[in-house]
Write a protein that binds this ligand. Structure first.
Ligand code: ADP
Ligand code: GN1
Ligand code: MG
Length: 369
């Protein structure tokens, strides 16, 4: 996808019912998928900051289904929070700003799809975890989000990316990319490829259990990295879960697993000094406490027991996806330097190794909680 131009984004922002005049639209955030802009307006009847996003249609092939999901999820979450008397429901869930023509999003046919959200003030999405309190807050917020959507009316959500967390399918795609080696890159990733191949027999644990009914399907977020929940700048409390593009049927283990991947290591996802990458046990303990606090009412014993393994599985799966994208020529994730996806792979696999060495202790903690 061509990088979005600022001028484009300002012009697009004027298509939405923002209340004031658009002053600027600047690239914003560190997401790997969509083009995100912070829009500023003159004071009108309401707020002066908004988030404008162009949906990545290379990744999301059915953007109208995606937006239909987002619309339903936002409406349900907001209605429930208000009904529960939450004093700050406006900050606790994303809300779509309609277009000037009263539509929930902009674009149709082959055109780009754009949407606009209220800006959540005084809260931040962190790329790296700094304190157990942040891990606790993030896990509690994602658990509460699952709880909020447990009674979503209107039938099953669309699968915005089929088999998104089907680890065996991800593994098969990796094998295929390795066989083809279209860019002659496999030779440079010998240790990473060997690491992946050595773990082939563990990839189906969760998908098999879902298929056999040993684990329930639920509405899950599926992209619970730490920077996809905004934490209050003053209190570090979880304020708002964002990035709703992959909210769809899934397993809670996908969500908890990605929290372990992104909220236990003190190193960035693309850190090149691997000595910094480690699964910090106090962060894991905080994740477990936070997550169980908001999910105790519905989590089954089978789900709870697999929480530690899920951390390993999802970290491995995302590492596998980075490695596959590297082998396929960097067509999926945004990259900012040569070898970026390979660096990300190494970080994920180092973290997998760290989790593996602590898995018995992680399991013991969960089992006695
Ligand atoms: P991507 O799918 O590319 O990750 P996100 O939806 O996560 O895109 O948005 C990118 C970044 O923009 C987030 O990490 C967050 O910092 C910021 N952001 C997104 N929505 C909002 C919002 N409503 N209010 C404030 N910041 C937001
Ligand atoms: C992407 O959209 P973003 O940057 O929050 C990706 C996730 C990966 C993550 C790795 C739709 O998340 O699946 O885990 O990068 N999202 C999609 O950082 O593929
Ligand atoms: Mg994001």
């Amino acid at each position: 996808m061509a990088p979005a131009q600022r001028d484009d984004a300002s012009a697009v922002a004027r298509e939405f019912a923002l209340g004031g005049e658009v002053l600027s639209a600047s690239p914003y955030g560190s997401g790997h998928i969509n083009d995100t802009f912070l829009v500023r307006t003159t004071p009108g009847s309401g707020p002066t900051r908004f988030i404008l996003q162009r949906i990545n249609q290379n990744v999301f092939r059915r953007p109208d289904e995606l937006m239909a999901n987002v619309e339903r999820v936002c409406a349900h979450a907001y209605a429930k929070l208000r009904a529960a008397g939450a004093p700050d429901a406006e900050r606790r869930t994303l809300r779509l700003i309609p277009t000037r023509h009263g539509r929930a999003w902009l674009g149709e046919g082959p055109a780009d799809r754009w949407r606009c959200y209220h800006f959540i003030d005084d809260a931040t999405g962190h790329d790296v975890v700094r304190a157990p309190e942040q891990a606790f807050a993030a896990a509690k917020a994602f658990g509460a989000f699952q709880s909020l959507l447990a009674d979503l009316p209107g039938g099953r959500l669309h699968e915005t990316i089929p088999d998104f967390h089907h680890t065996p399918a991800r593994f098969a795609r990796f094998r295929q990319a390795l066989d083809v080696d279209a860019h002659g890159r496999a030779a440079a990733a010998g240790p990473e490829i060997a690491f992946a191949l050595a773990r082939a027999d563990e990839v189906a644990v969760v998908t098999d259990a879902l298929r056999d009914g040993r684990l329930p399907e639920r509405v899950t977020h599926n992209d619970t990295k730490l920077n996809n929940v905004l934490l209050d700048d003053a209190t570090q409390e979880g304020v708002c879960v964002i990035d709703l593009d992959t909210v769809m049927p899934g397993s809670v283990l996908y969500d908890f697993g990605d929290l372990v991947r992104t909220s236990t290591s003190p190193a960035a996802e693309d850190e090149t000094d691997l000595s910094k990458v480690t699964m910090q046990f106090p962060m894991f303990a905080a994740l477990v406490r936070g997550y169980l606090e908001s999910t105790r009412g519905f989590l089954t014993p089978a789900e709870k027991s697999l929480l530690p393994f899920a951390g390993k599985l999802i970290t491995f799966e995302i590492g596998l996806r980075f490695l596959t994208d590297w082998l396929e020529g960097d067509t999926y994730f945004k990259v900012r330097r040569p070898g970026h996806n390979l660096d990300r792979t190494r970080t994920q696999f180092k973290l997998v190794a760290s989790i593996e060495s602590q898995l018995p202790a992680m399991q013991a903690l969960v089992d006695r909680t």
